[in-house]
Design a protein around this ligand. Structure first.
Ligand code: NAD
Length: 255
């Protein structure tokens, strides 16, 4: 590893599984101090200990808990250099607009969109005081493409993440703070595995559209996050950063 995150403190939400976990490992390998905020009290402390970091049980929809997460990072390691606001859900009761009830709609908006608002709001004061910082908000390729296999609240929430991130990137561009959206294509994580285990036809319908003919591995997404977190991406802000195996630019894919 290059040590490109040496001296940085990175807060990662949803760091106990999938993309967040792979990123926590990558950040630590690149020299960062990692603070994980997640609901998973069983695995969180073990993962943090393995990485020489810290875990704090956090529900990202709770303003006080989110504030405590970033305060903990500052108090424990001295700064908040990177915020990877990544926790998200994709529950089966979020489906076609014709089937999705208001409770599922609201739950997904809270976890996927309101959480990003809360995390940015909590991280920014530390970054403004430091005069530097990198925020990476996890959106999704579905925020820029329409899918007939709809998850209406998920898609709308991720569109909100893109718009909010762009605005923050522009607003804070001259304060040394970069704010980017990460738009992964389909990734081989528990979130996706759970969804597809209940509906293999749905998996096949999606896979056919990926030019590379496979889903991403979490480590491939973590590499992109690590780049956006590092000073190597110093002129990149307010982007929809796609890591999607060519999916969003494909018309006819190889057989
Ligand atoms: P995952 O289910 O593997 O991990 C999500 C983590 O978030 C878990 O550790 C879970 O405990 C945590 N979490 C859930 N709700 C929380 C809450 N309220 N407070 C705190 N932590 C909470 O998911 P993943 O596939 O790694 O997805 C991570 C992000 O990437 C999500 O925002 C997801 O929408 C996005 N994404 C995933 C894919 C994919 O194909 N897997 C594609 C595009 C975008």
């Amino acid at each position: 590893m290059s040590g490109k995150l040496e001296g940085k403190v990175g807060v990662i939400t949803g760091g106990c599984s999938g993309i967040g976990l792979a990123t926590a490992r990558k950040f630590a390998a690149e020299g960062a101090k990692v603070v994980i905020g997640d609901l998973d009290e069983v695995n969180g402390p073990r993962i943090a200990a393995e990485l020489g970091g810290s875990f704090i049980k956090t529900n990202v929809t709770d303003e006080a808990e989110v504030e405590a997460l970033f305060a903990h990072a500052k108090a424990t390691f001295g700064s908040v250099d990177v915020a990877f606001n990544n926790a998200g859900i994709s529950p089966p009761d979020d489906d076609s607009i014709l089937k999705t009830g208001i409770d599922a709609w609201r739950r997904v908006q809270e976890v996927n969109l309101t959480s990003v608002y809360l995390c940015c709001k909590a991280a920014l004061p530390y970054m403004l005081e430091q005069g530097k910082g990198s925020i990476i908000n996890t959106a999704s390729f579905v925020a820029i493409m329409g899918a007939a296999t709809s998850q209406i609240s998920y898609t709308a929430s991720k569109g909100g993440v893109l718009a909010m991130t762009r605005e923050l990137g522009v607003q804070f561009a001259q304060k040394g703070i970069r704010v980017n959206s990460l738009c992964p294509g389909p990734v081989n994580t528990p979130l996706l595995q759970e969804l597809f285990a209940t509906d293999p036809e749905r998996a096949a319908r999606r896979l056919i559209h990926v030019p590379m003919g496979r889903f991403a591995e979490p480590e491939e997404i973590a590499n992109a996050v690590s780049f956006l977190a590092s000073d190597e991406s110093s002129f990149i802000t307010a982007t929809d950063f796609l890591v999607d195996g060519g999916l969003s630019n494909a018309y006819v894919t190889p057989l």
